[in-house]
Each structure stands twice: as C-alpha cells, then as structure tokens.
Design a protein around this ligand. Structure first.
Ligand code: S3P
Length: 445
C-alpha cells in the first residue's frame, strides 16, 4: 500500500466558511507535465505542480528511466527532457501507487519503448480494469500482459513491438484511455485517431500542442501522426477544480458562507460540477478569467444557497466524473430528489463510489438508493453516524464525508482510512481549517 498508517478524521457538526484559498495543483495536468516534459527535447519548467503521492509516483517513474527531474519545491519542478527515444530501461517495476491515470497513460508511453517494463500499484489500483488500455494497444501491435480474465495489474510491457497507428472508437468516455492511445501514437507509424462517445478532459491534447506537437480535433475525434518531436516549454498548473469542488459544495451547504477559490482551472471539459451545482441553485460566480499556457483559469466565488434536487443531465457526467462523491453530499442537502444516471464509470474508480457514497449517506440518515449506473438521493437532515464512515482508502470519499459534517445536526463525524487524501490533496486539513472546516486527525489503535 502506498499510504501509511490509517488516519481517522474527526469533524465536528456544523460550521461556516469564509475567506479565500488556492487549492492543490491539478492532478491530471501535473501527471502530464512530467510525462511530456520528460519526452521533450530541452528543459521544461513547471509551476503549480501537485506535490501529491499520485503525481510524485509519475515523477519517480521517469527518474527511474533516466530523466533528471528536480525535487518539487513549492510547486516548482524542472525536467531535463530526454526526447521521445531517450528513456532508459528501469531496473525495477514502476510503482504507480493509487493512480489509475499514471498507470494507464504510462502504459501507452511504455508500449512504444525498446525495453521491457512492469507497472504495479497499490491494493486499490491492483483491482482496477486495464483491458480498456491493453485492448487498443494490442490493436496497435503492442505486447502488454495483464493478470487474469479481468486484465488487472501488474502490467508487463514488452518493448520493441513496433507500433502502427489505428482508428479507435472508445467504448467508454475515458480521458485516460484516449490519452493512452494518443501517447502510444507518438511512437506509431502513421496516423492514430481516437473517437470518444462524449467529450472528456482534453489536457493531453492541449499540452501536446503546448509542446509543439500537432493534434487535430474534428468533432469528437483526435488524431496525431507518430514520430514527431516535443519541444520543452513552461507549464503553469492551475488549482485543481476537482479539489476546489469540495469547498464549492461546502460553502454552498454551510449557512452564511462566502468564499473565493483562486486560480482554478476551468477547462470546459472539467466544469460539469459548476453546471450541476448551478442547476441545483448554487450561487457561484467567476472572476479574473484568463488563459494560462493554453488552459483557462478563474477565481470562483461561492456563497451559501438552498439547493434543490434535479435529474442530473447525462451529458454532464463525464465533465464532472471525479466530483460525484461531493455532489452526492450536495444532493443530500438539497430539497427534493436528485437522480444520477449514466455514471457506471463511478463503480471502477479508486473505490466503487456509487456503493461507498450511498453507504456513507445512509449512515448519516439520508435515503440514498444505489442503482446500476447511478443513485437516487432524497435530500434531508443529516445526522451523526453511529460508527465511523469507511472511506475505503478513497481520497475523494474521505474529503466528501468531511464536507457532509457541515450539515450534520449535532455531534461528530468520524471517517476512517483517510491517508490517501495525500494522493490528490496534501494540505487538505490545513486548508480546510483556514476556510472554517475544522478536521482533527488521529491514528486509531
Ligand atoms: C483522468 C481521467 C478520469 C478521471 C481521473 C483523471 C485523467 O478517468 O476520473 O481522475 O487525468 O485523464 P477516466 O478517464 O477513467 O474517466
């Protein structure tokens, strides 16, 4: 396991949020900044890098393949790129810890190398499906072994395969699979085209262009020609809207609250959470909108509002996929019923987020009925759970459950297995305290 001793959060019921803060750096962009910086010619300077366990595992993996990368210092990282063909064989398996993004994107890059490599992960990642990447890579000619019928990690990647470009229709809306195929496409003969069933986050395409690599987008299809070159650049990673989402919901549901979250990435493929919360009646306004290194950013002000239940439009689901744990909390605090459908992908995240969040809300007195591809939640009064909420080691379940405490009527909410918050949001507890959400931490016996 990549995380240390189990950490318990203890959160007192109630609270008011105020002030302003910049949340942790964007995880998706942090991974990609290391990957593309390592494969570029020249030196890439990154600022705003997320110093969380997930992106640090990506950083360590490239160091293990001979890339010189400085220790992150206050979000600053310098990468001495080795070029597309400059990686060297790692001497041990590459440990991706808890990160599906790292494993799936790395798999695409490693499929194009001349050497063999192995990708491993923690207990949660070792249960996550990898056929979604090994299938298209096999069509490109890659040789990747996974475990068992489900195609689980470890992934053993045989080098020297000689990839060819393919046209691939993604069976699910997944930016990780899209990115894996496009990154393998850098090493393939000819054109690689990926078509997605619905728009998903497009950071890979944007960042490749930032490194001077042409990626064509026509409708829902992205294509690139293999064998080009990436040229080092500077990358300013904005604050992660997925981390900001916890406080968007927190300030909405806690009465008399008013906060501003600074320099948040508002790429339109990530802003589903804002759209969904606004449909529910949230008071969210953007200011200081600007573009930084090909990605839009803004300050986001959130004031308390009474939410109402809605049927969540299915086209918003991929654009808010990581925000559902905390959106479930918003639904629990809304007047009326919220219905989520078309979100079966939530079942194969760091935990089965439909089952785990439904359990957590039920433990807090809310009628939450899981369905195959979503959940039906009737808003109501939250009460303190009689035993600790089990986050199942899922960072976003832990943080969402802490936010829920703001609307619990009395007592405390205990949340177990919270160490993995460090995968995406180191400093969550301190930042929460600064905004008015007080969380105590304990290592239970
Ligand atoms: C990510 C894509 C999403 C998301 C994950 C990060 C990425 O996964 O859930 O946290 O950086 O590409 P899927 O592509 O599997 O939906």
């Amino acid at each position: 396991m990549s995380h240390g001793p189990n950490i318990r959060y203890i959160v007192k019921a109630g609270g008011v949020l105020s002030g302003s803060a910049r949340v942790a750096g964007d995880k998706s962009m942090s991974h990609r900044s290391i990957m593309l910086g390592a494969l570029a010619n020249g030196t890439t300077y990154v600022t705003g890098f997320l110093e969380g366990e997930d992106s640090l595992n990506t950083l360590k993996a490239f160091r293990a393949m001979g890339v010189e990368i400085t220790d992150p210092d206050n979000g600053k990282v310098t990468i001495n790129g080795v070029g597309l063909r400059g990686l060297t064989a790692p001497t041990a398996p590459l440990d991706m810890g808890n990160s599906g993004t790292a494993m799936r994107l790395m798999c695409g890059i490693l499929a194009g190398q001349s050497f063999d490599s192995t990708l491993i992960g923690d207990a949660s990642l070792s249960k996550r499906p990898m056929k979604r990447v090994t299938n298209p890579l096999a069509l490109m000619g890659a040789k990747v072994d996974s475990q068992g019928e489900k195609g689980l990690p470890p992934l053993v990647i045989h080098g020297g395969a000689g990839l060819k470009g393919i046209e691939y229709d993604l069976p699910m809306a997944s930016a990780q699979v899209k990115s894996c195929v496009l990154l393998a496409g850098l090493y393939a003969d000819g054109v690689t085209t990926v078509t997605e069933p619905a728009p998903t986050r497009d950071h890979t395409e944007r960042m490749l262009r930032g490194f001077g690599y042409e990626v064509k987008t026509v409708g829902n299809s992205m294509s690139l020609v293999g064998g080009g070159k990436l040229t080092a650049t500077d990358i300013d990673v904005p604050a992660d809207i997925s981390s900001a989402a916890f406080f968007m919901v927190a300030a909405t549901i806690a009465p008399n609250s008013d906060i501003t979250l600074l320099h948040v990435g508002i790429n339109p493929t990530r802003t589903g959470v804002i759209d969904i919360l606004r449909l529910m009646g949230a008071d969210i306004s953007l200011s200081n909108e600007k573009e930084v290194g090909g990605e839009p950013v803004a300050d986001i002000r959130i004031r308390s509002a009474q939410l109402k239940g809605i049927d969540i439009p299915e086209d918003l689901v991929p654009l808010a996929i990581d925000e559902f744990p905390v959106l479930f909390v918003a639904a629990a605090c809304a007047q009326g019923r919220t219905v989520l459908t078309g979100a079966e992908e939530l079942r194969v995240k760091e935990s089965d987020r439909i089952a785990v969040m439904a359990n957590a809300l039920q433990a807090m007195g809310i009628a939450a009925v899981p369905t195959e591809d979503g959940c039906i939640i009737d808003g109501g009064q939250l009460t303190a759970p009689s035993s600790p909420i089990n986050s199942h080691g899922d960072h976003r379940i832990a943080m969402a459950s802490a936010v829920a405490a703001l609307r619990v009527d009395s007592g405390e909410v205990l949340i177990d297995d919270c160490a993995n918050v460090n995968t995406s949001f180191p400093g969550f507890v301190a930042l929460s305290a600064g905004l008015g959400l007080a969380i105590r931490q304990e290592i239970p016996e």
